[in-house]
Design a protein around this ligand. Structure first.
Ligand SMILES: *Cc1c(COP(=O)(O)O)cnc(C)c1O
Length: 382
């Protein structure tokens, strides 16, 4: 049996869905509404409604969604932005693109940043916090927003993996000043290429974000601020319009698949803490095993046809690009209450050495899950 990781063939193999999307493309060719326009507006409204946010602004990709949100929050050269030591590189990359410096704190056992370490990383240069809802697990937003209010910091949520993740009954994307979503083909709600979305509940930010993504153009003849071209492509918005209606159902299926794995694997592997008040959208289903057996288990599963993966073997903060960033502004950094040299992130290291990702998408069958589970049991000889 094969338990494949990518499900795009199944997702886009649906002929009726393809026809519907191609009909929309034809309509666009007839009407010539190529940039922004009605399809983008429709998608923005549906996306805002899906998340329960007041505003959604379509942009070119998830990284731009982060970068433009940070800019709209006033983040620029000389500023510091606090984020977790591990994520996909774009979380830190967007901060650096704004001319600001990412200041990292260690992770907690649920793969989000450890909110208990944020206050110790704040300096007079800190402008914002960028919590990542990594793997689809919501960061501890009540605590993070409390810290932000106390220290007058802005918050941009990296919700690129977090479509429909819920924290205390509210979808992520509603907590910070703004939140960034990715519509990349491998994300839960995806289009046929690159796309991104920003949500906000602040009308002033909404206006600013719309200006920034489209050259600062107030109208055809007037430019109020320097912006960039990061419009959500109209063709991709048409794909999004055809797919967005599925998102609630596919998310529920991912949650069911994850619960099934949890039930079968508990006691055998280390599952992340599951908080009663937080609902992951399971962009990734990740667990940990002892570092000594991690790579052999991944090879064993791969050889058996189960495409298990590692996200990521090198934690973000250890990537070469970080070696060029200045470090001196941080005087003391505390790791679990103990002052250490900046750049020591034990939990991020432990996770990088221990994590395994299994396919969890909505196209996965029970038989495939049972097969993957049986292979893990076989490996541990139980
Ligand atoms: C995918 C991703 C991004 C970037 O999204 P793109 O659409 O690929 O630019 C940013 N942050 C995280 C956590 C992601 O997973």
């Amino acid at each position: 049996m094969k338990v494949r990781y990518s499900y795009l063939k199944q997702k886009f193999g649906n002929k009726a869905l393809r026809k519907e999307i191609f009909r929309e493309f034809e309509r666009l060719l007839d009407e010539g509404d190529f940039t922004l326009g009605a399809a983008v507006e429709t998608f923005e409204r549906s996306f805002a409604a899906l998340i329960g946010a007041k505003y959604a602004i379509g942009v070119a990709n998830g990284t731009d969604a982060l970068r433009i949100s940070l800019k709209a929050c006033g983040v620029g050269p000389g500023d510091e932005v606090i984020t977790g030591a591990n994520s996909f590189i774009a979380s830190a990359g967007a901060i650096v693109e704004c001319g600001a410096r990412p200041v990292l704190v260690d992770m907690r056992g649920n793969y989000t940043l450890d909110e208990q370490q944020i206050e110790r990383a704040i300096t007079e240069k800190t402008k914002a916090i960028l919590p990542v809802h990594y793997t689809g697990e919501p960061a501890e937003m009540d605590v993070i927003m409390g810290i932000a209010r106390k220290h007058n910091l802005r918050v941009v949520e990296d919700a690129c993996q977090g479509v429909l993740a819920e924290y205390k009954g509210v979808c992520v994307g509603n907590f910070g000043d703004a939140a960034a979503f990715s519509l990349h083909p491998l994300k839960n709600l995806n289009v046929w290429g690159d796309g991104g979305m920003i949500t906000t509940n602040d009308p002033t930010l909404d206006r600013q974000l719309r200006l920034l993504r489209n050259h600062g153009l107030v109208d055809r003849d007037h430019v109020s601020v320097f912006g960039c071209n990061s419009r959500l492509d109209t063709l991709q918005a048409m794909v999004g319009n055809a797919l967005i209606g599925e998102t609630k159902r596919t998310t529920e299926q991912r949650r069911k698949n994850a619960a099934y794995y949890d039930e079968a694997l508990q006691g055998l592997v280390t599952l992340p803490e599951r908080r009663s008040y937080a609902k992951s959208c399971f962009h990734l289903y990740m667990f940990m095993v002892r570092p000594e057996v991690r790579d052999t288990l991944v090879s064993f599963l791969n050889a058996a046809g189960v495409e298990a993966k590692v996200h990521y073997p090198i934690p973000m903060y250890k990537q070469e690009c970080f070696s060029n960033l200045p470090r001196e502004p941080l005087k003391v950094v505390y790791i679990r209450g103990v002052p250490e040299a900046y750049g020591t992130f034990h939990e991020a290291d432990r996770q990088a050495a221990s994590v395994i990702t299994l396919p969890v998408d909505e196209h996965l069958t029970r038989e495939q899950q049972d097969y993957a589970i049986s292979k893990i049991k076989e490996f541990f000889s139980v």
